[in-house]
Design a protein around this ligand. Structure first.
Ligand code: NDP
Length: 237
């Protein structure tokens, strides 16, 4: 496969899980891939070595570091913002600083990264943000901050699609349902509850999400922008 041959790709949050699958997919198709990581330096460097990509430590909670990394990555053909965290538990007990950090990672970083990328992005550029089906549907308690952050990405995509569309740059949100990663293991305690909401009663694979990202980044998706693309086994249906 080589449909992204020579394309310049930056994945924010690529060391593990869905982000790592996205890195592998673009690298396998010939792209020149840089990805960021936060805590998982060893996994990041192993992935970089295995895929011929470049790993750089950039904390997505640090706005200026994110902007600087996007700028340093030069003109990008494709930006994928995948880094995201969840904080679960009673809203009345949660540390407000931790909640604000979640908003910096899940909302502020995608906004600032997308805007910075667009400064240098050529015609045909693609911006893809990993949201969540929880942006549409939140069927359990204790995840309001996460749901808020993922809903916010919908407005981000709708708005920036208007700003960048005239330049031939698209922006879309991919909204996974339960995907088997460290953050949400398929054999974890939430398994039966998750399955109860779904028509296809299994967790998705990171590679399935990467496939949707690759399609949105590719030549067939040039007329697709400002839109949410859910991949969730009908969790949100
Ligand atoms: P994981 O926890 O398995 O991986 C998260 C990735 O994001 C890691 O590479 C991590 O890097 C990176 N990351 C997190 N915080 C930061 C930070 N502050 N700075 C830099 N990188 C960071 O999560 P998933 O793969 O499951 O999730 C990826 C995305 O998909 C998230 O946005 C999540 O909300 C979304 N999603 C996931 C679902 C699921 O069921 N798995 C469902 C719906 C949406 P490092 O370890 O190096 O810090």
């Amino acid at each position: 496969m080589s449909s992204f041959q020579g394309k310049s790709v930056l994945v924010l949050g690529g060391s593990r899980g869905i982000g790592a699958a996205i890195v592998r997919r673009f690298a396998a198709e010939g792209a020149v891939v840089t990805f960021t990581y936060g805590q998982s330096g060893q996994a990041a460097h192993e992935l970089a070595a295995a895929t011929g990509s470049k790993a750089v430590m950039t904390d997505s909670a640090d706005r200026d570091a994110v902007i600087a990394q996007v700028r340093a990555s030069g003109p990008l053909n494709i930006l994928v913002v995948n880094a995201g965290i969840g904080i679960f538990g009673d809203a009345l007990d949660q540390d407000p600083d931790a909640i604000d950090r979640l908003f910096r990672i899940n909302v502020h970083a995608p906004y600032h990264a997308a805007v910075e990328a667009a400064r240098q992005m050529p015609e045909g550029g693609r911006i893809i943000v990993i949201g969540s089906v929880n942006g549409d549907r939140m069927p359990v308690a204790g995840m309001a901050s996460y749901a808020l952050s993922k809903s916010a990405l919908q407005g981000l995509a709708r708005g920036l699609a208007r700003d960048f569309g005239p330049r031939g740059i698209t922006i879309n949100v991919v909204q996974p349902g339960p995907i088997d990663t460290d953050a949400n293991p398929a054999d974890g305690p939430m398994k039966d509850l998750m399955h109860s909401f779904m028509a296809i009663k299994r967790f998705g694979r990171p590679e399935e999400v990467a496939g949707m990202v690759a399609w949105l980044a590719g030549p067939e998706a040039g007329f697709v922008t400002g839109a949410m693309h859910t991949i969730d086994g009908a969790f949100g249906a």
